[in-house]
Design a protein around this ligand. Structure first.
Ligand SMILES: [Zn+2]
Ligand SMILES: [Zn+2]
Length: 135
């Protein structure tokens, strides 16, 4: 993308940003002028109407920020949590690892942390991903 002299342009209508710089950024779109930012758009996930400045574009879909965060979360397939045996006994750690899976995640493994005698790691995988692999 060419932007002469560092002057930004609205990525929708091409209007030039004032040298002081006041165009808001829209995730997945780029800088937009104030007029375009104030346009109402519809979230393609939940149908809510939001101003473009509070929306985001992901893979060609316009989303409200809440749904954008949810979509981003979907890409986070693995979560690793660590526990410290100096804080609590191993038995308690194991129990907590089994019972305390984050919502939507399935426990894959509990193991000793690498190069550590007192750290444990619990690895969780997105339940949907887990089920896809196991069926
Ligand atoms: Zn514009
Ligand atoms: Zn939405």
């Amino acid at each position: 993308m060419h932007q002469g002299k560092g002057q930004a342009k609205c990525s929708l209508c091409g209007a030039e940003e004032a040298p002081s710089g006041s165009f808001p950024m829209v995730v997945g779109v780029g800088k937009v002028c104030i007029a375009d930012g104030m346009v109402n758009v519809k979230c393609e996930a939940c149908g809510a109407g939001v101003k473009r400045v509070t929306s985001a574009r992901l893979q060609g879909r316009t989303l409200c920020l809440t749904d954008y965060m949810k979509e981003i979360e979907k890409y986070r397939r693995h979560i690793v949590q660590s526990f410290d045996e100096e804080d609590e006994p191993a038995v308690a750690i194991l129990q907590r690892a089994y019972n305390g899976a984050p919502e939507g995640y399935t426990l894959l493994a509990v193991r000793r942390g690498r190069n550590s005698t007192h750290l444990w790691e619990a690895e969780y995988e997105k339940t949907e991903v887990f089920q896809m692999r196991c069926s």
